[in-house]
Design a protein around this ligand. Sequence first.
Ligand code: NDP
Length: 451
Amino acid sequence: MSDATSHEIDHFMKGLMKRNPGEPEFHQAVHEVVETLIPFILSNRVYKDAQILERMTEPDRVVIFRVCWEDDSGNIRTNRAWRVQFNNSIGPYKGGIRFHPNVTLSVLKFLGFEQTFKNSLTGLPMGGGKGGSNFNPKGKSDREIMRFCQSLMIELHRHIGEDTDVPAGDIGVGSREISYMFGQYKRLENRFSGILTGKGLSFGGSLVRTEATGYGCAYFCENMLNHIEDSLVDKICSISGSGNVALYAVEKAIELGAKVVTLSDSDGFVHVPNGINLEMLAFIKELKTVRRGRIHEFANHYKGVDFYAGKRPWNVPCDIAFPCATQNEINRADSQELINNGVKAVVEGANMPTNLDGIHEFRHAKVILAPAKAANAGGVAVSGLEQSQNALRLSWSREEVDQRLKSIMLEIHSKCVQHSHKYEDYTDYITGANIAGFTKVADAMLAYGIV
Ligand code: NDP
């Protein structure tokens, strides 16, 4: 990188940090993008002259509101919620809602910023947004979850709509929460409309939406391996998390011939040296989605499965790592451990799971890295297909949706390769995804003039 380019990156980041103090996750997400985007913008002056990057790092608006609700003991509880409407240049805002105690404005701005690029990569007409609350769903009864979701929607309903902003699920928000929020929206507005995705199948949901993010990750991984004349067959995969993304990444990776040896939750990770089989996967799905239990209960149930409390799975040797839990779960030491153990590829199922040091280590060691905005775009892509089905008032078959998901993931892979830096034996997917995602949004913004 030339001195002029690194000066430009430093200058841009200093300004951004000054304008957005105390938002480390947002700074990190922008830094990862500008490292690869600023060289491109400097050689395409039209974007620089129109200050597109400055405008793209400023959300269109942020709504912040109080959510009051009553717990089962009759206590009044207060949480804070946000909706970050980041950029609607290429379509209505679209992005999930997260319920987790560590949700802050910084986390939601990082997610909304990333979402803008991701949605652009899908080729569907969707802008970027993200929302959530610092509400902790763990240990809450169904009724408490319902009352919280209903109270949140009393404010949120004013800001969303099928042509305005269409939220979906994320960490802590699955089909139960989406159903409670949709039911409340319908009651408040007296209209049945596709204002949320991830809905139940009997009220406007799409087949394959539940599986889409995890399946999409495995499809993207297979595309990357095919690109270097390899495949997932017999690959040892280490997966973190045991939520929506992780479980369906396991399912598809097994189907494509891989052996998955780890899963985790915030208590620790499980190691299954012989690989997770379909019976085990059914047990874990029931444990996590019906009983809402902990991953160590899986280790207690099966002989030969070990549980490591308080640890992440990255010291287990593997060919492919799929971080599918949360942000910053792979740091420099984790990436070095994975590299020393011979990892060939990293596929980001979670958003921003690898920190900047980790990214630099992988790039230096020429480990191919599929960034989240490309690898986990399958979820929002099928959400986009759910919106299309709602607008058409019909439902496509499982095969049709799955086929469309596969084609979209293949298309995203091609865009990344097309825009990546070309090295003899290495494709830099991060650069490819950033430039491809940026260009479509930036060109729309140029066309609109100064807005
Ligand atoms: P879930 O809530 O279904 O599962 C999250 C998993 O990650 C759980 O196993 C959870 O463990 C673990 N986890 C969460 N926070 C932490 C933490 N701080 N430390 C350790 N483990 C943690 O969420 P999803 O599977 O939906 O989302 C996972 C990731 O994928 C997120 O980054 C999300 O933004 C991203 N994503 C999700 C999409 C979707 O369609 N759902 C689409 C695109 C991206 P525990 O239960 O103990 O908290």
